[in-house]
Write a protein that binds this ligand. Structure first.
Ligand SMILES: Cc1cc2nc3c(=O)[nH]c(=O)nc-3n(C[C@H](O)[C@H](O)[C@H](O)COP(=O)(O)OP(=O)(O)OC[C@H]3O[C@@H](n4cnc5c(N)ncnc54)[C@H](O)[C@@H]3O)c2cc1C
Length: 485
């Protein structure tokens, strides 16, 4: 019989770690406080509508394929992956810009708006592609223990890209503010302001323009289902509705967990729950004091809306960004002043345009997201006020009037992130990837007091997002298998 492993939480990082460890012969038990597995990628179903509660952009398909390949599969064994074309639309106050599928198409769009940007844009995108290859091959799968992990000839040559920012790079490509916003958009997935994100992370622009925006038919929940079926093949046991209340230890050894359903024991424990929460479960064995988190830059929280309505989502695309208000002011409200934005930007997702299984016939689903500062106190009144503004702007910019067609609406905010996911300050997607929170400067995957306790997920290496969470689960399981098994 292999080693017994307990995994706390069931987000993408935890599911990944569960699959690799179980495949290597460990007896794995996953404990999830909520009613279903998948973490932030939970699925909410109501009145014939189905909503992905969190991630909706399927980027970096190579990372998903690498995971499936390690188990002898490809994504197509579990779900049909469709490349969206156009990938997405961006609404500004005075115009809308569609980002088509394929780099050359996108470059043509840019040149039509700013003919002078072509050379600099091509150079930027070539560099972004090279950085992507370097990141995937040499950097993002590293455990984040030592600076030596980062030093290769290729990274040394790119040192200036770690001390300059994405914003600085983008300003050299074009002076057009709309094109600048589009080029800065991909790094928002890393949770920080583009003016605080190292230029090396322009590899996200390759993920966006080069690798494309995909949709797994049935929604992101299908990816969770695929991972669960692999886990089931290796006899992973899932315990939902089971909240871990304490990590039990003896001397320098983690011995088990105490949950609302009793105690469980294991040789190795991995937590994929939010890092600060995990540290609370560890008491005196925590890796970091509570004050450590006070000085960190978290990725934004969000106010979300799940909406079912009559009719078709006309005049919009599957993914739509509403940058029709001041981008700078909104990001200041998230990262500097930490107040609710007066005129928020928002993201509108209409997945039933690509998938008729998500809503009853003749009906549509919508998901809206407003990024806001973590740690604020949100109220239903605020949610409703923001929602009214979204409905008005949909009508104004797209001619889509859903006001009297809404059959179902539910909002989800900062305090819901705290209560549903035990998220520190209600962050939606972890700890931002700023220069001082990158790679070896991120919270460590290994507990310093308990030799057999580990962390995975979006707050440790490599960072926020579904592909990084999958990579994080691989990193921690590789480390455990190499060192201890
Ligand atoms: C609204 C939203 C939109 C997003 N959009 C995208 C996107 O489009 N594309 C993309 O790539 N990424 C996106 N992300 C980010 C992405 O979803 C996350 O980075 C990723 O899913 C995080 O996975 P994880 O494994 O780190 O943690 P989580 O998914 O947070 O999993 C942690 C789990 O631990 C559980 N848990 C916590 N405490 C306990 C306890 N005491 N006992 C038992 N279980 C516990 C939680 O319930 C949760 O299920 C989005 C996130 C959100 C919230």
């Amino acid at each position: 019989m292999g080693k017994k492993v307990i995994i706390i939480g069931s987000g993408f990082s935890a599911l990944t770690a569960a699959c690799y460890l179980a495949k290597s012969g460990c007896e794995v038990n996953v404990f999830e406080k909520n009613e279903q597995v998948g973490g932030r990628a939970s699925v909410f179903r109501k009145d014939g509508y189905s909503f992905d509660m969190g991630p909706s952009w399927y980027w970096m398909p190579d990372v998903f394929e690498k995971f499936f390949k390690d188990f002898g599969y490809s994504s197509s064994d579990f779900y049909n992956l469709v490349r969206l074309d156009p990938a997405y639309r961006v609404y500004f106050d005075s115009e809308k810009i569609d980002i088509q599928s394929g780099v050359e198409n996108i470059i043509s769009t840019f040149i039509q708006i700013d003919p002078s940007c072509e050379n600099a844009l091509r150079k930027f995108l070539n560099q972004a592609e090279e950085n992507y290859k370097i990141a995937i091959q040499n950097l993002v799968y590293q455990p984040g223990f030592s600076i030596t992990e980062l030093i290769t000839v290729q990274t040394a040559l790119r040192l200036p890209l770690f001390v300059s920012t994405i914003s600085e790079q983008v300003k050299k490509i074009t002076q057009n503010p709309h094109l600048q916003s589009i080029l800065e958009f991909p790094v928002l997935f890393l949770g920080a302001k583009p003016s605080q994100t190292p230029a090396f992370y322009n590899f996200m622009n390759h993920a966006d323009f080069g690798l494309g925006t995909w949709y797994p038919e049935g929604g992101m929940g299908k990816v969770v289902e695929a991972m669960v079926s692999i886990a089931n093949k290796y006899k992973v046991n899932f315990h939902t509705d089971t909240c871990v209340e304490e990590v039990l230890s003896y001397d320098e050894v983690a011995v088990g967990i105490s949950t609302n359903k009793g105690n469980y024991y294991a040789d190795i424990i991995v937590s994929g729950a939010d890092y600060a929460h995990t540290d609370k479960l560890l008491g005196k064995n925590a890796n970091y004091k509570e004050t450590y988190w006070e000085n960190k830059t978290f990725a934004p929280s969000s106010i979300l809306y799940y909406v079912g309505f009559k009719g078709k989502a006309e005049h919009v695309l599957h993914h739509n960004l509403f940058f029709d208000t001041d981008f700078e002011k909104h990001s200041e409200s998230i990262y500097d002043t930490k107040i609710f934005p007066e005129k928020p930007l928002f993201y509108a997702n209409f997945p039933s345009l690509s998938d008729n299984t998500l809503a009853p016939e003749g009906h549509s689903t919508a998901f809206f997201l407003i990024p806001v500062a973590p740690g604020l106190y949100d109220t239903q009144k605020l949610h409703d006020t923001y929602f009214d503004s979204i409905v008005k702007r949909l009508k104004k910019h797209c001619g889509l009037d859903i006001k009297d067609k809404i059959e179902f609406k539910k909002s989800f905010g900062i305090r819901d992130f705290e209560s549903r996911y035990n998220s520190c300050k209600g962050n939606a997607y972890g700890l931002a990837n700023t220069l001082l929170q990158t790679s070896i400067l991120r919270p460590k995957i290994r507990n310093k007091n308990l030799y057999n306790f580990f962390y995975t997920g979006q707050l440790t290496v490599p960072g926020p997002g579904v592909p990084p969470a999958i990579i994080s689960g691989k990193i921690v399981s590789d480390f455990i298998l190499k060192k201890y098994l």
